[in-house]
Structure formats: C-alpha cells, structure tokens
Design a protein around this ligand. Structure first.
Ligand code: SAH
Length: 240
C-alpha cells in the first residue's frame, strides 16, 4: 500500500517534468509569430495588399528560417536583408506586391529567376501548383534547396544556372517572376510564358529600375505596364 502510493507520486512527478517543457514548446513554438503578424499588418495590409490567401500564406511562412542566423532578428523588418554572395532576401512588402501582381492560381506552374534564400519560392509554392526556380550562385541554390526540403515545400524544384535562358524543358509557365533586375526583360522568358500568363520583373540599370508586369493574352499578344520604382540586385549575365 505504502509502496503503491510512493509509486504513483513518483509517476506524477515524472509526468510533471515531461509535460511542462512540452507545453512550453507549444506555447512558444514560434518565437517570431508576433513579429510576423506585425509585419503582415503594418507593412503589407496597411499598404493595400488585400488578397486573403496571399495574406494567409505570408502569415504562415517562417521568413526567419530563410535568413542567416546572425540576421534573424531583422527577418521581419521593413527592408531587405543580406543573405551573402551579394544577394538579399527582398523586403516583405515587395515579396507581397510582386506575388499579388503575378496572382498565381492553384493550378499554375510558376518559374522564378533568382532563388536567393528560397523565401519567395516558398510563398509562391503555397499559391501555385508547381514552382521552378533558378539561382546562378551554386552555394545559394544548394542552401535554398536544403531549407525548402527541410521545411516540407515539396512542389519547389531548384536548379543552379543562368536565368536568362529560362527553363525551356519545363516551359510554358503560367507565371514568371524575376527577383534580380535585367536591363530589359529577356526574350527567352517572354517566349516561355503561356498564353494567358503573367510575368513580373524589376527592369533597368542601377538606381533606375521599375517593376514591370507583362501579360500575354489568349492570342499571344503582349501588354506591358509599369508598377512603380524598385531597387533589386542586378541580374548577372551567364557565368558572371
Ligand atoms: N527571391 C529571392 C531574392 C533573391 S536576390 C529570395 O526570396 O530570397 C536575387 C538573386 O538572383 C540572387 O540570389 C542572385 O544570385 C540571383 N541571380 C542574379 N543573376 C541571376 C541569373 N542570371 N540567373 C539566376 N539567378 C540570378
């Protein structure tokens, strides 16, 4: 009898030790959840992005895991963050704006040029069916591939290579997004856009860039409009 009571108390203590840290983990499982919520409200919704599905995806994508550990505390701030190799993860609002302009549908196949951290590809992958993304820096292509795989983004395929050529084997694409700025939109990418497709790109040299939206109609005709000034890292030409 005495022995049994002793046992059950031991059991309780054991449970308390086991359960407390688990509860703690559940409550504080994502230490950046509040920062992310603030990012969406103060930088994105407040600037006019209204698409509910896009806002939901931005709330669910752990941006801090796509930046170098030393920069994690800046991950949700209102500016781009360096990720090494002269690349940056774009400012959250710019990711939202470009995704909103591209307006991917659940059935779309999307090509991204400039994988960088993999964050934009992760956001696109939750809105489209399949994402293909090309990165010219081998180390970035490798690390983006690893983080996307580890986080379970199974519909993203990363390729190391030169985005100027696009990905002819997988073309045509319903959407194409460039996250590095070429002097003008490469013709190969316009050619790989499906009829009814959309292409979003920062275009121009130096400080003189504008965000361009190209729409290809059902007959293959091109319409081009500007969506304002931006500043992106320049797109490198093959092998540079
Ligand atoms: N979309 C990225 C932002 C990347 S910054 C993100 O979410 O983090 C732009 C990236 O384009 C850099 O990583 C750069 O190395 C890459 N890049 C530059 N020129 C390129 C080219 N010709 N082909 C493919 N990637 C290129």
């Amino acid at each position: 009898m005495l022995e049994r009571r002793h046992d059950s108390r031991r059991g309780r203590i054991f449970h308390a030790i086991l359960v407390l840290p688990l509860t703690g983990l559940l409550v504080s499982g994502d230490p950046y959840a509040a920062d992310r919520e603030r990012m969406v409200r103060e930088q994105i919704e407040s600037r006019g992005i209204r698409d509910a599905e896009l806002l939901r995806v931005l709330r669910a994508t752990p941006r801090h895991l796509f930046v170098p550990i030393a920069s994690r505390s800046m991950a949700y701030d209102d500016h781009p963050v360096p990720i090494g190799y002269a690349a940056t993860i774009s400012q959250p609002y710019i990711v939202a704006l470009m995704t909103d302009l591209l307006a991917p549908r659940k059935t779309d196949r999307v090509l991204e040029i400039g994988t960088g951290s993999g964050y934009q590809a992760a956001v696109l992958s939750r809105l489209a069916q399949q994402v293909y993304t090309i990165e010219i820096v081998p180390e970035l292509a490798k690390s983006a591939q690893r983080i996307l795989r580890d986080l379970g983004y199974r519909n993203v395929t990363v390729q190391q290579g030169d985005g100027y050529k696009g990905w002819p084997e997988q073309a045509p694409f319903d959407g194409i997004m460039l996250t590095a700025a070429p002097p003008d939109v490469p013709q190969a990418l316009i050619d790989q856009l499906a009829n009814g497709g959309r292409l979003v790109a920062p275009v121009g040299l130096g400080w003189n860039q504008e965000l361009v939206l190209i729409e290809k109609d059902a007959n293959g005709r091109i319409r081009r409009r500007s969506a304002g000034g931006v500043l992106f890292v320049p797109m490198r030409s093959g092998g540079a």
